[in-house]
Ligand binder design. Sequence first.
Ligand SMILES: Cc1cc2nc3c(=O)[nH]c(=O)nc-3n(C[C@H](O)[C@H](O)[C@H](O)COP(=O)(O)OP(=O)(O)OC[C@H]3O[C@@H](n4cnc5c(N)ncnc54)[C@H](O)[C@@H]3O)c2cc1C
Length: 607
Amino acid sequence: MATSRDTGVTPQDFESFDFVVVGGGTAGLALAARIAKSSSLSVGVLEAGLWRPEDPKINTPALIGQSLMDADYDWQLMTVPQSESNNREYAWPRGKILGGSSALNFLVWQRGSKHEFDAWAKFGNKGWDWEGLLPYFRHSATVVPPSSQLQKDNFAGLEEDAHGTDGPVSVAFSAWFTKPQQSWASALKEMGLNNNVDGLRGDNSGVWTSPATLDPKTGRRSYSASAHYEPNRGRENLKVLCGAEATQVILENGKAVGVKYMHGGKEYFVNAAKEVVLSGGSINSPALLELSGIGSTEALKSAGVVLKVELPGVGANLQEHLYCSSSYELVEGFETWCNLRQPDFASKAMESYNSQDVDRGILASAFSGFAFLPLQKYMSPQEIEEVRKEVDGHLKSGYYANELEKQSVREVLAQLDNQSIPRMEYIFAPGFFAHASAPKENKNYFSILSALQSPFSRGSIHITSADHSKKPAIDPRYFSVKADLKIMSKAMKNCDAVVESGHLKDLIVRRQDPDPAKYNSEEDFDEFVKDYAQTEYHHIGTCSMAPKSAGGVVDDRLRVYGVDGLRVVDASIMPLMPSSHIVAVVYAIAEKAAAMILEDHQLAAKY
Ligand SMILES: Cc1cc2nc3c(=O)[nH]c(=O)nc-3n(C[C@H](O)[C@H](O)[C@H](O)COP(=O)(O)OP(=O)(O)OC[C@H]3O[C@@H](n4cnc5c(N)ncnc54)[C@H](O)[C@@H]3O)c2cc1C
């Protein structure tokens, strides 16, 4: 059973603040801490989950995945059946814990392509281009450069001027690598991918080694509870109430004046003298807006909620990366995360992890091998033309819910020939990371995860009832634009070409997934993807930042249209998916939002 610690705050001392932040997750804690550090304004954070600072499942990097869909840590959400994915319901894990999804995530630290952020600005969001976000990417983290050995052996690199040197989140490179990762990177380079020394400078194309949210001093995960809450716990003007689930934002005369919440089975109200900020994440922020009467007439009517502010974009423009895995059995002689399944190996690994050595070994490691490709690297011009045609058809057919959805899709189409913007990601997993079969005992594997970076499908999230305890209907409409399926299944098929290169061939016994006895043709691979693709946990867009007329929910200062004193600050405001893992983007959004909020109250952020 997971243990938790008390933040020392009760509903009785949580009655009124200048700012009430809903959600002590990635963005919520980063924002709250920056405001509290920079001013004397008071900030109260409501978090549904508990604070678990000593939990090894959270702190130990290589134990990722162990807390997913577990009620002690996770909201345990599922999608509705996905008709284009053989009616599967996908699990959508989300952190329900202080630190939110940054406590559960896979620690990867990336930023995407600068063109994608420039597109955010193009949609009408002043100051949200790459140059406008870069200072906040820097403020959010302290990035430790790799050792010269790591640079030499594992292609790890860093251009120091692009990175933060004194931000709250600790970012560093894993010190443990499995040898086949180097061979995999060499094979991809031989196939024509560029060797990108540092993929975090706005050009993320090619093969590179990614850093992770690791604290090299402790060997632990660095996340928003450890980076933002713990160092600021003593501040008089910052209070965090855990185990408190917000159920409604209360509006008076068009202004958000506070939040109703449940704690210990009782209902309470907390007053917000200046503003309420929703940081509940891409699923819960739109749901809370709808529970509060803010959303589309249709969605609120069918849930039985009285409409207070008509805002049709709430819950629309849902975008998600998906991935699907290929697994490969390795010949004898390599060490991988699979070894951690052996009790002797695992206990020795735990000893070195606890030993305080500089290099804490395998348990302090995270995913680090990445390749980002344009479609042109594995699809023919004719196949790319078919993608264009199909998406063009959807643009004309009424498939997309609003102008922003169309604009964001048109942007991807217009840039499809720009090969510096990746559309596919390959992740090297140093272990068994597949879903169609189980690993064989005492065998080692590596896996290649093929992840769709610029989905054309758009979905939605809406509440189904006025009762906050009922789960929302999550409908990403996976593969409703079939091009998304083709782009993924062709990328998976292309993995064969990668592993058959001279660099890897002799290291592999066989491909285990997709099973070569069953999956060979292009159609077989399509079926495999439909049956086994998984969420990459990167959900965005449901409270998009864009002009209201296009379907936006917040303006470019993240203020909710039609309500005073209410903002949304989390992953849900991204109008177009970046081609990267997104936690670094969420932290940058929170840092930029804190600076804007302080500015709006005639104050300046302190770094
Ligand atoms: C399993 C997993 C793996 C991932 N791997 C990576 C990765 O390796 N790299 C990467 O860059 N990204 C990764 N991501 C994505 C990234 O971590 C998230 O996109 C990001 O953390 C989201 O931040 P957020 O602030 O929007 O939401 P969250 O961090 O999820 O925060 C929302 C918080 O609000 C709380 N909350 C919600 N509703 C209420 C309510 N009504 N009342 C009170 N509290 C509420 C939640 O409990 C939560 O703490 C992963 C995500 C998951 C789940």
